[in-house]
Design a protein around this ligand. Structure first.
Ligand code: NAD
Length: 260
């Protein structure tokens, strides 16, 4: 379905971004990977995805908190593949602390990576998408783009901001073949969440398994984690012709979290 298209997935060396990159590659899209990690492992990872699905892949190590590096990433994608058709703004970080204890530099980093980076990639991707009259922008927000949780001030602010930015992007492209939507996952067991599980196990003196169950029981009625593969399938739907008129939605996939 997506052969001949190129997708940039930010923060795709791990977790949800990797799951979405794999799902788009499975549909035939070439993939520009981005994110941190061991250089050799990343090289292996993107080469293997290319071989498994018969698509072209490339990797750029831009730090998404730095506008100049984002510009370099977008230029790289243009030179390698002639532009980006599908932009998945996925890179994100978390920090958990009460507001009065929240380190200001963590606040700035979370807003820069989770929110401002999407502004930069979007402003740079839109001219090419509008020219082709086809494009898909998918923003990885969170249930925390819809509801709050204590101790996550910067994250919740960044994700609410990203949902707002999604709506404006959708309105500015409403009469074109470019769509923009947000995905709002509940708990997904990735390194970002594993850290919160580990902290909880230490804090409560329980096993890792018990900490996972307690984490889910608190917020996610299904008692099950959402998977990167399920989120990948939703991203593929947003890229399909069936979703031509799905514009500006914030679509939760959260085991019932925000239905409560
Ligand atoms: P993860 O930690 O597994 O992956 C994050 C990715 O972002 C990694 O590839 C990492 O290298 C990259 N990254 C981090 N900082 C970066 C930077 N400055 N520049 C470039 N890349 C950077 O996390 P994840 O759980 O897969 O999260 C992916 C997205 O999904 C995030 O935006 C997160 O907020 C969102 N999300 C996650 C969950 C969850 O339960 N895991 C729930 C809702 C939303």
């Amino acid at each position: 379905m997506l052969s001949g298209k190129t997708a940039l997935v930010t923060g795709s060396t791990s977790g949800i971004g990797l799951g979405i990159a794999r799902s788009l590659a499975q549909q035939g899209a070439n993939i520009v990977f981005n994110g941190f990690g061991d250089a050799q492992q990343i090289e292996k990872l993107h080469t293997e995805v290319g071989q498994e699905f018969g698509v072209r892949t490339a990797y750029h190590n831009a730090d998404m908190s730095k506008p100049a590096e984002i510009e370099a990433l977008m230029k790289f994608a243009g030179e390698k593949f002639g532009g980006i058709d599908i932009l998945v703004n996925n890179a994100g970080i978390q920090h958990v602390a009460n507001i009065e204890d929240f380190p200001p530099e963590k606040w700035d980093a979370i807003i820069a990576i989770n929110l401002t980076s999407a502004f930069h990639t979007t402003r740079l991707a839109l001219p090419g998408m509008k020219q082709k009259n086809w494009g898909r922008i998918i923003n990885l927000a969170s249930v925390h783009g819809m509801v709050g949780s204590a101790q996550k001030s910067a994250y919740v602010a960044s994700k609410h901001g990203l949902v707002g930015f999604t709506k404006v992007t959708a309105l500015e492209t409403a009469q074109t073949g470019v769509t923009c939507n947000a995905i709002c996952p509940g708990w997904v067991l990735t390194p970002l969440v594993q850290k919160q599980v580990d902290d909880r196990a230490v804090r409560e003196g329980t096993s890792n398994d018990a900490a996972k169950k307690a984490l889910l029981a608190e917020k996610q009625p299904s008692g099950e984690f959402v998977t990167p593969e399920e989120l990948g399938a939703l991203a593929v739907f947003f890229c399909s012709p069936a979703a031509n008129q799905v514009r500006g939605v914030a679509w939760n996939m959260d085991g019932g979290w925000v239905a409560q």
